[in-house]
Write a protein that binds this ligand. Structure first.
Ligand code: ZN
Length: 379
C-alpha cells in the first residue's frame, strides 16, 4: 500500500492492449540546449526504427565502422568504447574520462555494473557541438548491451561535464527489455536514477537534482485523455510519468521498511536475478522480484494502480514531506520535515561504496578542448 501520498484517480479500467515486442530501448531525439538538465524539457521523441536503417551501407549501428577502440573494467564488467571515424575536438583520454564517470555512477548505484559487457560506440558528428543523442539496445551484434552516442565534432570539456545522457543510457542496461506498452518504466527508471546515481558518486550536488526534480517532474502529470502508463504514450508520461512512478516507489518502499530499503535495493535484486537489457521479462515478473527483495508489495501495487488508470501524484505534498523547499531558482532542505531522513537516504552513498574502474577517481573531465584538424579517426 502507498501511504502518505495522495493519488487522485481518473479514468476507467481498460483492458490491456497487446503490442508486438521489440528488443529496443530507445532514447533518441534528444535535442540539446545549453543547460543539461533543462534539455529534457526539449526532447522530441523521434521514431527510432526509421532513423538507423536509412542511408548506411553497413546496416544497423552495431555494424558501423570503428576507427579505434579503448576499454576498461568496472569489477568484472568490461566497457568497450569504440570510436567511429571522424573528428572530435577532444582527446581520447577526455572522452574516456566521461565514459568512466558514467560507468562508475551506474555501478555505484547498482553495486555492480549491470552487464558483463557493454559496448559504447562514439559517433562523431561533423560541424555539430555537444552530446547529441544516445540510443541503447540489448542483445544486438553479439553483445549484451550496445549504446550509440552521437557526439558533435566541436563538443567541449564543459559539454561532457554537463552531460547526463551517457549515464542515462547505461542505466538502461539494468532492467529487462519491455514491450512497447511498458516503455515508460525503462525511461522512467533512467530519468529518475541517472541524477541520483551521479549524486551518490559525488559528481552532482544533492540540491541540484532535487531542484531539477521539483522543476521537471510536473511534466509527468496526466495529459488530457490519460488512460494510465501502459495505455498512454506521450513523451511527458513516458519519461516523467515513469520518473514519478520511480520516485513514489522509492519513498513508499522506504516508508514501509522504516527507511531500511529503497527502490535501489529492489533494482539491484532485479539485476542480480538476471533482469538486464539483454533479456525480455514481463514487467510483472521484474516488479515481483523487486518487491520480494524489499519484503513489500509497493512496485506490484503501484503498477496495478497506475498501469491503466490516470493517477495524479501529489508532488507538492511529497516535496513538503521530504523537506525539499523551493528557494529562488533552487531548493533548500528542511531537516525537520517528517521524511527528511528518506530524502537523505535516497541520494546518500550506498553502504556498498563507490564502484570505480581500477585506479580511477571520478571527477570532472579536465583540460582544454583541443582543436584537432585533419586527423580523421582520432577522437
Ligand atoms: Zn532513455
Amino acid at each position: 500500500m502507498i501511504r502518505n501520498l495522495s493519488l487522485l484517480w481518473r479514468g476507467r479500467v481498460r483492458s490491456l492492449l497487446q503490442f508486438f515486442c521489440v528488443v529496443l530501448v530507445v532514447c533518441f531525439g534528444l535535442i540539446l540546449s545549453s543547460v543539461a538538465r533543462a534539455q529534457k524539457t526539449q526532447w522530441q521523441p523521434a521514431h527510432p526504427r526509421s532513423h538507423w536503417h536509412a542511408g548506411h551501407s553497413w546496416g544497423p549501428p552495431w555494424n558501423a565502422p570503428v576507427a579505434h577502440s579503448e576499454s576498461f573494467y568496472v569489477g568484472p564488467s568490461k566497457i568497450e568504447v569504440d570510436f567511429g571515424p571522424g573528428q572530435i575536438d577532444l582527446s581520447t583520454r577526455q572522452v574516456m574520462r566521461w565514459v568512466k564517470n558514467a560507468a562508475s555512477s551506474v555501478a555505484t548505484y547498482y553495486g555492480q555494473f549491470p552487464v558483463l559487457l557493454d559496448r559504447i560506440l562514439i559517433v562523431p558528428v561533423p560541424h555539430a557541438a555537444g552530446v547529441l543523442s544516445g540510443t541503447t539496445w540489448g542483445d544486438v551484434g553479439g553483445d549484451p548491451a550496445f549504446t550509440m552516442m552521437r557526439v558533435g565534432q566541436h563538443t567541449t570539456v564543459e559539454d561532457l561535464n554537463r552531460d547526463w545522457m551517457m549515464t542515462h543510457e547505461m542505466v538502461h542496461t539494468a532492467f529487462p527489455t519491455q514491450k512497447d506498452s511498458h516503455h515508460w518504466i525503462e525511461e522512467g527508471l533512467a530519468t529518475y536514477i541517472e541524477p541520483v546515481a551521479r549524486v551518490q558518486n559525488g559528481l552532482l550536488p544533492a540540491k541540484k537534482i532535487w531542484w531539477d526534480m521539483m522543476r521537471d517532474m510536473p511534466q509527468g502529470y496526466p495529459p488530457p485523455g490519460d488512460k494510465g502508463l501502459d495505455l498512454t504514450h506521450t513523451w511527458g508520461l513516458t519519461y516523467w510519468g515513469g520518473a514519478q512512478f520511480c520516485l513514489l516507489a522509492d519513498v513508499s518502499i522506504r516508508e514501509e521498511t522504516h527507511n531500511r530499503m529503497g527502490l535501489q535495493d529492489a533494482l539491484r535484486a532485479i539485476v542480480r536475478a538476471g533482469g538486464t537489457i539483454n533479456h525480455n521479462w514481463p514487467i510483472k515478473n521484474a516488479l515481483a522480484v523487486g518487491d520480494r527483495a524489499t519484503g513489500t508489495h509497493v512496485l506490484e501495487d503501484m503498477y496495478a494502480q497506475m498501469a491503466d488508470h490516470a493517477v495524479k501524484v501529489d508532488l507538492p505534498k511529497l516535496w513538503k514531506e521530504l523537506g525539499v523547499v523551493r528557494d529562488g531558482e533552487g531548493v533548500r532542505f528542511d531537516a525537520h520535515a517528517p521524511e527528511a531522513s528518506i530524502r537523505r537516504a535516497i541520494d546518500a552513498m550506498p553502504k556498498s561504496g563507490r564502484m570505480t574502474p581500477k585506479g580511477f577517481t571520478p571527477g570532472p573531465v579536465r583540460g582544454a578542448t583541443v582543436q584537432m584538424v585533419g586527423q580523421p579517426g582520432k577522437a
